[in-house]
Every structure is written in structure tokens, then in C-alpha cells.
Design a protein around this ligand. Sequence first.
Ligand code: PLP
Length: 469
Amino acid sequence: MRYISTRGQAPALNFEDVLLAGLATDGGLYVPENLPRFTQEEIASWSGLPYHELAFRVMRPFVTGSIPDADFKKILEETYGVFSHSAIAPLRQLNGNEWVLELFHGPTLAFKDFALQLLGRLLDYVLAKRGERVVIIGATSGDTGSAAIEGCKHCENVDIFILHPHKRVSEVQRRQMTTIFGDNIHNIAIEGNFDDCQEMVKNSFADQSFLKGTRLVAVNSINWARIMAQIVYYFHAALQLGGPARSVSFSVPTGNFGDIFAGYLARNMGLPINQLIVATNRNDILHRFMSGNQYVKETLHATLSPSMDIMVSSNFERLLFDMHGRNGAAIAGLMDNFKQGGGFSVEQERWTETRKLFDSLAVDDAQTCETIAEVYAQTGELLDPHTAIGVKAARECRRSLDIPMVILGTAHPVKFPEAVEKAGVGKALELPTHLADLFEREERCTVLANDLKAVQAFVSQHGNRGKPL
Ligand SMILES: *Cc1c(COP(=O)(O)O)cnc(C)c1O
């Protein structure tokens, strides 16, 4: 499989190189040159497979040429073996034909484990084969950091540095990062905000001289391997609800458009999906596009669903590329204009075509809390605030009651006690067994000034299993 850039200029890469790449050299994002397509018979024959075997069948075409089948199977078995629920991604019924796909049974209790547990293992496999080491530098406002650290902690060939804004992530989220020890794991608290952290990561990609030749790898959702891993659970859910003979709809709590883009790909690979709902919080650039054909940046609002607090959605470029007949030059033009501060609309026919599949809703904090309380009263299920936004959007935007509606349950409520408390649900939140002693565990973290040079010096002093590069 070959991968091409959404801006049309960068060289095509194979899977192995795309795994190790960040942005393409032309500033674009990598996508498969040709998407695999499965027949209905083929998809139907996967019914009842264990999750890792389904994952093998769905993802195999993306890695052919880079990873032999037997090795890929073994990696997938290990990856999904660490999940605490034997169904990996169980479906729970909320209402008539309405389901939550629970994606929070991985080590860090958010859906990001599905991709990052795989990414860590794929990186280590490929690097061992090449005899190389890499450094990861990532910024997090919460879920990504812990999932990336958990995914990379056993990697022999990866040193991971996660930057979080000092005193500005929740205690559960901080402890999920700082209580994991290893000579290749480095937590850095920056005396600044999340944007400062993200800016440092960007600048480090732009000038990598401080790494002395060691390759820098991206773990945010611009990395293709993360999107690829997320395609699998759309198939998994649909197969349990009568697919592919019957079509299914999905409502997806959305920030950077990675998770829902995976659903869009599942549909293009042959899975009958009737409707995809983009559920956002008050940071609603995607809802403004889907409802009014305007892609315009606005100021950032802090919400009760912090993992969706974004101003722009990086993976949206991947959809725009398809929307424009995969014309890289057109996307480069749009994105240049956007960078200059201009928003954009797309041609009316393109937008109308997109809207045949996508609907959207923006849900504010008050509605999020109302939904948590409502669902708890109806079913006894406690939703996390991100999932609650998905449920609200599903209920408002649903086109057909006859088609099963699946809401992606993106996090466990215990990660977001503030929202649950505000919702007035009097249920005590308990950490799952493997995290039960989280609040007693020792923490390791280095606090650094909001200073790029200081951070880069720290990385080059510790980037080789804690030793200098
Ligand atoms: C990351 C995250 C999201 C947003 O996913 P995107 O792929 O960025 O759209 C939603 N909910 C939770 C809990 C998350 O951690």
C-alpha cells in the first residue's frame, strides 16, 4: 500500500515510512492512495470473529508490503490482549435501537488506547527491524499523553517525552502519566498553557538539530496508523447489529476529526453506514461547517469535555481532500488561505454531497450535564461528558428510528469527575481495579520553564533511554 499527501507535492510513502513520518513535507497529511474495498459477503463472513482477528482482516491491506501476516497477527493479539473487557469494545443498549460502543476498557480508559497501544508496538517492530531508535515529543491536554505513554512504555527503541501544561490537567489525567516509570518515559510539566506545549512540539519538528540525527515521530492523530486502528471498531459494532445486511448509524464525539474520519473510511471500504453525526462541544468549527458551509477559526473555550477543546480540526483536511476529488493543489490553496486567517466555504455541490452522510450538533456544558443526568435516570448508566455529547447529538440528529444508532463511548466517566458532579448524579465514581491505587502511587515529572531551548536541552540530555543523545 502506498500513501499520498493531501497537498499533492510530497513523495508517496509505504506504510513503514508513513508510520515514522509526521506531516508530509508539503504540510499535508498522508492518506492511502487506494482505499481497499470489501464485498458484503466478505464482511458478513467476519461475523463472530474475536476483535484482534477482525482487526487483522480490516487493517491487513494497509500494511501489506511492510509487515508479514504472521507478525501483524501477533502484534494485534498482544495489543488487544491488554484490554480489561473480554469483548474489547462492548455495545451497551441505552434505548430502543440506541447503543453506546464502550471504547474505554483500555489501560488509560479512553478510546485513544485502541490506536496508541497498536502504534507503540508497530513502532518498536519496525525500528527493531531497521536497527533505529526514535524520539517522540507530544503535547497533551489530557487523554493523548497517558495513552501514548502506556502504548510506548515497553518499547525498546522509543524514548517518549510528553509535555503537559503545569497544574492545568486534571489530577487523574496527570497521575495516569506521571506514575508510569521507565528510563524511556519522560513527563515534562511546562509552566505555560496547552498551546505553549503544542507550539514547542511544532517548533521541534521544524528544526530537529537538537536531536543529533535521531528521528522525531508524531503521536497525535495526524499519524495515519492511529486513524487506521480506529476503522476496526466501526466494523465490529456494525457486525453485532446485523451489518452488513443492515446499515448502521454512528454519532461521534469529535475534536480533531480523527475518530469520525475512521468511520467515513469504514463506509468507503464497503460497510453500510447510513449517517455519521459530528458531535462537538462549544468549540464548534466542524458544526459550523456541516450546518452552514463555513470553516472559520474562532476563540478557544474551556469546557467540561476538554478532550474536544480545539479551534481547528487537523484531520478535517483528509475529508476535504476527498471532497475535492483528491486534488492536492486545491487543498494546498484552501489551507494556505486558512492559515492567512481567512476561513473558507466549499462549492455548494461538494457541501451538499458531504451532507448526504454527515450531520452535526454543538452541545454546550449545560446540555452535556442534562444529558448525563437524563441517561442516568433512564438507564442507570453513567456517561462521561464527551460520550454524553454524542448521545445528545444522536437524539437530536437521528434520521431513522429503524436504523441502529451507535454512539461512540470515548471515555470512562471516572476521568471527568467535575462534569459528573455538575450533572448532580450522586453515584460514587470508582477507579477500575488496575488503577485503584492511582492516588497513592509515586509520581515522576520534571517541571520546566516555558522555554523551547530548555525543553530541547532536556530532550537531548535524556533522549537515549535516559542518557544523552
Ligand atoms: C480525543 C478525544 C475525543 C476527540 O477525538 P478526535 O479524534 O480528536 O475527534 C473525544 N473524546 C475523548 C474522550 C477523547 O479523548
